[in-house]
Design a protein around this ligand. Structure first.
Ligand SMILES: *Cc1c(COP(=O)(O)O)cnc(C)c1O
Length: 371
């Protein structure tokens, strides 16, 4: 019995992704050891935050870093930093930013919900989100026309949640930011490359510590020295409500270290093999067809795409999902395309043996349905 089952909570098989709703990531035992040791000792937090920033900088190539409790806090703190800078009276007044320059420009197709709205995280930092263009079409002109004296930053969201087509490219956003001398913030919460966006000269790049990095509940902002110093100052203001504990900071640092030395190629190869095996097995099940698809945001992630044959009576993807989630252990799949009859299986959060359990459970569900 795991610790959650001991308090009568269901065991979960995660084939969905690094989902906050399922506990994001499970950490490597080395990360857990680090967290335990950190939790059992005192430290000067300000010094820890500075040291963590240095270490984050060394892994990202940025000038400096600021730890956060997650990427959402990263958005709020980055926004606050661009508005209040190091002005303590302003820092202490946020998110009320009346009379301050406070507009953050974001493309309509980037103003998405990742579990909560991006726009709300901007507001939490005292920002006024200025959404430009349309959900499926934004042009450079839309961005430039929205820039005025009150603009403090541009925000670009690099994510599978965002609209992938018809948006102004990151390259163009960088150009506009330079032209108007505005900071560009990139929300790369679930991105796997910790260096790429920093290397493009982006002012503040936000990551989640619990997604690709598989660390503790945490996140960080990597970026330019002065802006990062403003970010850290926000811990005297709105940041306090998003406090990142010492054990989470240390868990993040160990996780980044492990992540940076991880053999990503062999991990991907292993995952490809696993999804191939699952696709072959699931494809044999009556009423299901399975294939392998690559991540829609272009990351090196391969998933099983299971199509539910809706011609069979009473069967649609939503029904199968309900059965999967209703069992014990509960199986959670990736369901963004359930409305078109597709269930995706993500190998990244799965642990050894889950694949057999999932295949067997799908067999069981489909057999029971066709009776
Ligand atoms: C997950 C996610 C977030 C929030 O990250 P947390 O670390 O859970 O706070 C923000 N933005 C995007 C695009 C995300 O995918």
């Amino acid at each position: 019995m795991n610790i959650y089952e001991q308090i009568n909570l269901k065991k979960v098989i995660n084939a969905s992704g690094k989902m906050t709703a399922l506990g994001a990531s499970i950490v490597n035992p080395l990360v857990a050891d680090y967290m335990k040791e950190a939790a059992m000792n005192y430290v000067i937090i300000e010094a820890l935050i500075d040291k963590a920033g240095e270490i984050i900088a060394s892994y990202t190539g940025a000038e400096d870093g600021c730890v956060t409790i997650g990427a959402s806090a990263g958005i709020a703190i980055s926004t606050a930093a661009c508005i209040a800078k190091d002005n303590l009276s302003h820092i202490e007044r946020l998110p009320d930013s009346e009379g301050m320059n406070n507009e953050v420009i974001i493309q309509k197709g980037h103003s998405v919900n990742f579990g909560a709205p991006i726009a709300q995280m901007i507001r939490l930092g005292g920002g006024v989100p200025i959404e430009v263009g349309q959900a499926n079409k934004v042009e450079k002109d839309h961005i430039e026309a929205a820039i005025n004296d009150k603009t403090v930053a541009l925000l670009y969201v690099k994510s599978h949640h965002a609209v992938q087509k018809g948006m102004v490219s990151m390259k163009d956003m960088i150009e506009i930011a330079h032209k108007y001398n505005l900071p560009l913030i990139v929300d790369g919460a679930a991105e796997e490359d910790l260096k790429k966006y920093v290397a493009l000269g982006i002012d503040l790049v936000i990551y989640s510590g619990g997604k690709a990095i598989e660390g503790s509940t945490s996140g960080f902002i990597a970026g330019k020295k002065q802006l990062i110093s403003y970010c850290k100052k926000q811990y005297k203001g709105i940041g306090r409500a998003m406090k990142v504990g010492k054990e989470n900071i240390m868990g993040l640092l160990k996780a980044i270290e492990l992540y940076s030395t991880k053999d990503k190629k062999s991990t991907v190869e292993k995952q490809k093999k696993l999804v191939q095996w699952m696709a072959d097995e699931i494809d044999k099940i009556d009423g299901l067809t399975a294939s392998i698809i690559k991540d829609e945001a272009g990351r090196e992630i391969y998933r099983v795409s299971v199509k539910v044959n809706t011609n069979l009576k009473n069967i649609d993807a939503t029904h199968v999902i309900k059965e999967l989630e209703g069992g014990a252990p509960a199986i959670y799949t990736r369901n963004h395309y359930a409305n078109i009859g597709i269930i995706n299986i993500d190998p990244r959060p799965m642990i050894d043996g889950d694949e057999k359990y999932i295949v067997n459970r799908l067999k069981e569900i489909m057999e029971n349905l066709s009776e």
